[in-house]
Every structure is written in C-alpha cells, then in structure tokens.
Design a protein. Sequence first.
Length: 279
Amino acid sequence: MAIALALAAAVSWGTADFLAGLASRRVSVPVVLFLVEGGGLVVILAITLVSGKPFFDDASDFWSALGGGLSGVLGLGCFYAALSIGTMSVVAPISSAGVGLPVVVGIATGNRPSAVTALGLAAIVAGVVLASREEHADSEAAASSRRAVALALVSAIGFGGFFALTDAPSDASVPWTLVIARSAALPFVALIIARGRPRLPTRKLGLGIAAVGTVDLLATALIAIANTKGDLSVVSVLGGMYPVMTVMLAAAVLKERVAAPQVLGIVLALGGVGAVAAG
C-alpha cells in the first residue's frame, strides 16, 4: 500500500511541478507559489474542519509540521524559480536529490549506511554533476543554467527537510499536518508579493494555477498517508521519483532535448534514488 501511494504521489507531483513550472515562465514565482499553496490550503482546511479531525495532542507535532512546511515552501519556491529559467529535464532530477538528506543526517549522527545506500548516494552526486553540464550558445544562457542548478540544489535540501520533519506529525494527524505545513509560509510569501508588486495573472490563469495546488495537495496527502503505512526512507525515495513524470512531460510538450552526458546524469541520479531506497 505504501509503495502504491508513494508512486501515485510521484505522478501527481511531477504533473503539478511541470504545470507550475510553465506558469512560472509567465507569472512571478512568488505569485505562483502563493496560488499553488493557497489553492491547496483552502481544500485541505475545508476537509479537515468538516471531518472534525482532532488537533495534535503533542505540541512538538505542531512545531515539526510548521518547520516541515517552511522547509517545503523554501524548496518549492526555489524549484519553481529553477524551472522558470532552466531546462526542466535537468532541474527536476537534481531537485530529487533531497531524498538523500535523511540518510546524510543519519550518517552525521553515527549511522552506518549499507553498501547499496552508499553507492546510491555516490550515484546521485555523480548524476547531479553530469546532468548540470549543459552547453550554451552565450554567457548569459550559461549563467542562467548555473543559477537554475544552484536553485535546484537548494530545493533538494528544502524537500528533504519536508520529508523528515512531517513524518512524526503525519502519524498523529495527516490533515492537520497538511493544514499547518500549507499555511506556514503563506504570510511571508504574501509579504514578498506586496513589496515586489508583480503583475498579477488573469483570473482564468490564476484559477488554473490554484487548481494545480489541488494536484500538488493530492501528492502531499498521498505521501503523508504513505509515511504512516511504510518506512520513511522508502516512501521518501519513491515519492522523490516525481522527476520522471516532469521529464516525460517536458520532452512531450516542450520538446526538450538533452545531451548524452546529461541523459547519463539523469539516469544515474534517479538510479541513485532507487538504490538509496533499496539500501
């Protein structure tokens, strides 16, 4: 059950990320982030209130969900920014490296990874390096690519933090974990929008972006439920396979093409993710 839920989450996430990435090329990233997070929040808050689910008994679950939400929004904002200026087929696999963060934390606190896990981490690192080696016609394009890769790496850290911090509160209450995580950073995003005063999208586009938030919410809900059914490391890694969907959509819709070394890097990164799960 946990594996099926995590894979369904990956498909939903990959689709939502592709659509939000497209929107970020037309609308300011903070606006897209606010609409995606806000759209999902409206739905999950209504569901939670109607269902009458009890709030957390332990205050630590609240703070952990809050921290996970902040980490996740940081990751999502950087990810959308990277998708808006970089090659989606490259950015998406790099962001998935965040699933290795719990493993790295475990190593730092004294855990010894298995040989398969260590090999997977090495493959992820090598894959990120190869995938980020793009050839560009001019220095401006090269600078944008480097910026996109840097943002994707930061997003990986943010996503890894989300996976780790929302594990315990999800065991207590999946709906309230999602409500707290979704609402955590909205005031800060709103402040950024107010200060920057970007051009707002049309009503139709705005509603479309908010609808993407419900798809993203579905993925988040599926991964949160999966965390209660199976092992965190396995669920996190399978959920982290969302770049496969994003890459497929980018190839089919945007006709993106990547060089052979980058293809190898993408395969290595995703293969490393699978190896970490197996370990």
